[in-house]
Design a binder for this molecule. Structure first.
Ligand code: ZN
Ligand code: ZN
Length: 346
């Protein structure tokens, strides 16, 4: 079968390969992949960036996918052939003695792994998954929409579990990538008044899409006034940082109102320096949010099924056979969310 694989620990060493079909072992399910998203982390791996050393040098990428069940191994009983499903990407050890797995915080398990980075993922015709990490999709939810489940679950964890956003809050989401825009959608769903900020480079695609789906946007950096200056007259209750730029986090401490919250969902390529006295004197909370777990996936599936996410505006589809171009266009920021159609592999 065809699979889009990382071939070496080098920049741009990703190619379509012919590999053996996987066979489901005990407790595992075999699926035909329909659609698989290209994630920011896939792009970091593609570019061989620092911080992704744990990713296998040779692996089929893809942790944001949806597909159709076509078989299973011993001990699996709950599926019928033809049912659609998606995968929980960040998988814990599931041992009873693990305080994180036993309390539903699998994403914090010390033995956690991401299928699609640490074992073969879904940018392929077929994939095998541990049954425990497979979630059924409701009838009527397309596999294109369902391939947004994982990033939407990350946004759900950030906004629902960590941000303390309430109806009527003024919220600034920094960084108009997919996670930023999905966080903004989740915050708006909670009744917040949301503005999304980005750079000049974000103007043509990311901020344009943000405006198209009804968000107020702000452009900062370069010739533009700073975020601090543009928000000077406003009371900002919550700042969500999805930008990964350390400057943004430093600025956020001076923008958010006293007793407000800064919620961090990004990872930073460099160390962040923050004046903690500003936080303490204004009693500002910094909350962090990492990945997501099963309840977030379920809420994401429900939101997608209810049509609450404008999927068509966010994604652009590429045949699996043209998967490398999806990575190239994502690197040049010409596309917000590339989705590979894995049924088109010829
Ligand atoms: Zn992802
Ligand atoms: Zn565990």
């Amino acid at each position: 079968m065809k699979a889009l694989r990382r071939q070496a620990r080098e920049a741009r060493a990703v190619a379509l390969e012919e590999i053996d079909e996987p066979t489901p072992g005990p407790g595992q399910v075999l699926l035909e992949v329909r659609h698989c998203g290209v994630c920011g982390s896939d792009l970091h791996v593609y570019l061989n960036h620092k911080g992704y050393e744990s990713v296998l040098p040779q692996v089929t990428l893809g942790h944001e996918w949806a597909g159709v069940v076509v078989g299973w191994g011993d001990g699996v009983q709950r599926w019928e052939k033809g049912q659609t499903a998606t995968m929980i990407a960040l998988q814990g050890c599931l041992e009873e003695g693990c305080r994180y797995c036993s309390t539903g915080l699998t994403q914090l398990c010390p033995a956690r792994r991401v299928q699609g980075l640490h074992l073969d993922g879904g940018m392929a015709e077929k994939v095998v998954v541990d049954d425990h990490y497979l979630m059924p999709l409701p009838e009527g939810l397309t596999t294109t929409a369902a391939s947004l489940t994982e990033p939407l679950s990350v946004a759900d964890h950030c906004i629902h579990d960590c941000s303390e956003i309430e109806a009527g809050d003024r919220v600034v989401v920094c960084g108009p990538g997919v996670i930023g825009i999905l966080c903004a959608l989740m915050a708006r769903k909670r009744g917040a008044d949301v503005v999304i900020s980005g750079l000049d480079a974000d103007e043509p695609v990311r901020l344009a899409i943000a405006r198209k789906i009804g968000f107020e946007t702000m452009t900062v950096g370069g010739q533009h006034p700073s975020l601090t200056d543009q928000l000077r007259q406003q009371q900002v209750d919550v700042i969500v940082d999805a930008s990964g730029a350390s400057r943004v986090l430093e600025e956020a401490t001076r923008i958010v109102r006293p007793d407000g919250t800064i919620c961090v969902v990004a990872l930073y390529p460099q160390e962040v320096t923050i004046d903690f006295n500003v936080l303490v004197r204004n009693q500002i909370d910094i909350r962090t949010s990492y990945a997501s777990a099963r309840p977030n996936y379920q809420r994401a599936i429900d939101a997608l099924h209810a049509g609450e996410i404008p999927v068509d505006e966010l994604v652009r589809s590429y045949p699996l056979a043209a998967g490398v171009s999806a990575f190239e266009e994502a690197e040049r920021q010409e596309v917000l969310k590339p989705i590979l159609d894995c049924s088109k592999h010829g």
